[in-house]
Design a protein around this ligand. Structure first.
Ligand code: PLP
Length: 359
């Protein structure tokens, strides 16, 4: 057999493979998974029924135009259908956005640390990442991000709330930043955790999009709506961008099961948002308890919190696993912990109670 392998693109050489949150089964003795910012509630019976019904015809391709879902979303957000595009999770839509805007020689700006898919999908597109460090308080440094714009900038991600820190940027500073971005640069406001926000000063990205043709909002059914396993997300953007997203979509990427589940979830929104409310209460309980124990916890508006543990990160993650909860460590930096069911959160708080706060 020949030693030569097919030629692959050189950019793949230094792309880190996306690292999913570790599963509970391979973790500790009890096994609560607090590592992937998932919704701990099981599917609502009505949503499950609609998925089961759709399963009877999965010998057929799904509706490629996602007609029913588009019509529900259009009504729910008060936007024309031509301003909507769906994809295989919002990460799928983010990748389509890069394919539509950026290639070799172009630059993509985002805060760092932020969602770990950004560097991967940027590299795959052939464009160059421009990572702008978070402020010492773990918030987007929007002034520095605006300063980083060059003639080569094609796309800017603003992750609000930011994964993994949970921190937010507020209306005034975001508007000021957007005023500084040239009209031909696309700003993607990634609102994967929008429904968990309780800070009234945080703008709804959809409001920004209505007044600014270069703003695109990313949303997902994976988090608040609990459909992570079905892979459906969407973008709200002005027509040229939304049309480009339809061109770059994987044909039939969003399954009929996902489409029906998303429609049923929008119709059961009150109940689902009630669950989000309970998770937000849990968030408050956990953050207050950790602070009372002496931890520094950045203000989080998402369904997770961030502990900047530095060199002690892996020890903390191991202690959590030992106790029965799997968290998401970023070696040398910190740990992201999803707010889960109360029992899981209680285990976390037991670990934080005894784990040394400072070396
Ligand atoms: C900030 C952010 N954006 C997008 C996503 C992608 O979610 P999905 O592809 O499931 O919609 C995630 C998932 O963790 C995220 O944290």
């Amino acid at each position: 057999m020949s030693e030569t392998s097919p030629r692959l693109r050189a950019v793949l050489d230094d792309i880190p493979t996306y690292k999913p949150g570790k599963s509970a089964e391979t973790g500790g003795p009890v096994g609560y998974k607090l590592s992937s910012n998932e919704n701990p509630y099981p599917p609502l019976p009505g949503v499950l029924e609609s998925v089961t019904a759709a399963a009877c015809s999965f010998n057929r391709y799904p509706d490629m135009a996602c007609t029913g879902l588009m019509s529900e979303l259009s009504e729910r957000f008060g936007v024309p259908q031509s301003h909507l595009a769906t994809g295989t999770g919002s990460v799928g839509v983010a990748q389509q956005l890069l394919q539509a805007t950026s290639g070799p020689g172009d630059e993509v700006i985002y805060a760092w640390r932020s969602f770990e898919a950004y560097p991967i999908i940027t590299r795959i597109s052939g464009a160059t990442s421009v990572q702008v460090p978070l402020t010492p308080g773990d918030v987007h440094d929007l002034d520095a991000m605006a300063d980083a714009i060059t003639d080569r900038t094609r796309l800017i991600f603003v992750c609000n709330p930011n994964n993994p820190t949970g921190t937010v940027v507020r209306r005034e500073e975001l508007e000021r930043f957007l005023d500084r971005v040239p009209d031909d640069v696309l700003v993607v406001v990634d609102e994967a955790y929008r429904e968990f926000i309780r800070d009234a000063q945080v703008p709804d990205g959809v409001e920004l999009y209505r007044r600014r043709p270069n703003v695109c909002v990313l949303r997902t059914f994976s988090k608040a709506y609990g459909l992570a396993g079905l892979r459906v997300g969407f973008a709200i953007a002005h027509e040229p961008v939304a049309a480009a997203l339809r061109k770059t979509a994987v044909p039939f990427g969003v399954s009929q099961l996902a489409q029906e589940a998303a429609i049923a979830s929008l119709r059961a929104e009150d109940e689902l948002l009630g669950r989000v409310g309970s998770l937000v209460c849990e968030r408050t309980r956990v953050v207050e308890a950790l602070r009372a124990q002496g931890w520094t916890v950045p203000e989080t508006q998402a369904n997770f919190l961030w502990l900047r543990l530095g060199e002690r990160t892996m020890d903390f993650a191991a202690a959590c696993e030992q106790a029965g909860v799997v968290v998401r460590p970023f070696p040398g930096e910190g740990v992201r912990v999803t707010i889960g069911e109360a029992e899981a959160n209680d285990i976390l708080m037991k670990v934080t109670e005894v784990f040394p706060k400072e070396r």
